[in-house]
Write a protein that binds this ligand. Sequence first.
Ligand SMILES: C[S@@+](CC[C@H](N)C(=O)[O-])C[C@H]1O[C@@H](n2cnc3c(N)ncnc32)[C@H](O)[C@@H]1O
Length: 215
Amino acid sequence: MKNILTNHQSNHKKDHHYQKARKEGFRARSAYKLLDIQKRYNIFKRAFYILDLGSAPGSWLQVAKEFAEHNIIRYNDQFYHRDHYKILGVDIKKISSIENVDFLLMDFTNPDFPNMVQSYFQNKIDLIISDASINKIGNKFSDHLNQINLCYNILDIVKIHLKVRGVLVLKTFQGSDFKKLFSKIKTEFKLLKAYKPKSSKKKSNEIYLIGLQKK
Ligand SMILES: C[S@@+](CC[C@H](N)C(=O)[O-])C[C@H]1O[C@@H](n2cnc3c(N)ncnc32)[C@H](O)[C@@H]1O
């Protein structure tokens, strides 16, 4: 067991994106998945109010902050813009703080969460990103179903809080119930894409749904 763990850890540390994240000051290699998604779909365009579900350790929040700060200057025009940004992260695990980013230490499936989101933003949200994943137990089938279930919970939050024409990024796992989830989310957006970022490990069955222009 010890050897397996040691091997796993050293492989992880040899990983190109892990090393890159350490060098570039990101808290996790997942930052590059979001950056890949941004490159392909420009999800951060005019995003000022951003909610990140399942944020720990916080690399997506770091990325979101960079784009939101940039957007204040870049989109200062006659079209939709704001002179400030609001970024809220939530996780059941603690994160170390990030300046100008707020964080709730709680389970986002808690029935109190929607009210807390409403009182924080006071407005609909431009972009909801979720890299949340269930605690895998190692059984691919039940892990898949549990993750799909979590995605339906997230969809309920999206329906209430994401603005019309808003954007969603949602991590899910491929498997038997993926199609049904895809079809359900598709009814909420003008365009829905499934995308596996280059930086997502090939052996992982994770895939991201990108919802563009909420109806
Ligand atoms: C892969 S990590 C997120 C990594 C993050 N995007 C980053 O770049 O640092 C997934 C996170 O989802 C969180 N999570 C899963 N279900 C949750 C729930 N119901 N409420 C809050 N957090 C949850 C886990 O605690 C875990 O920290």
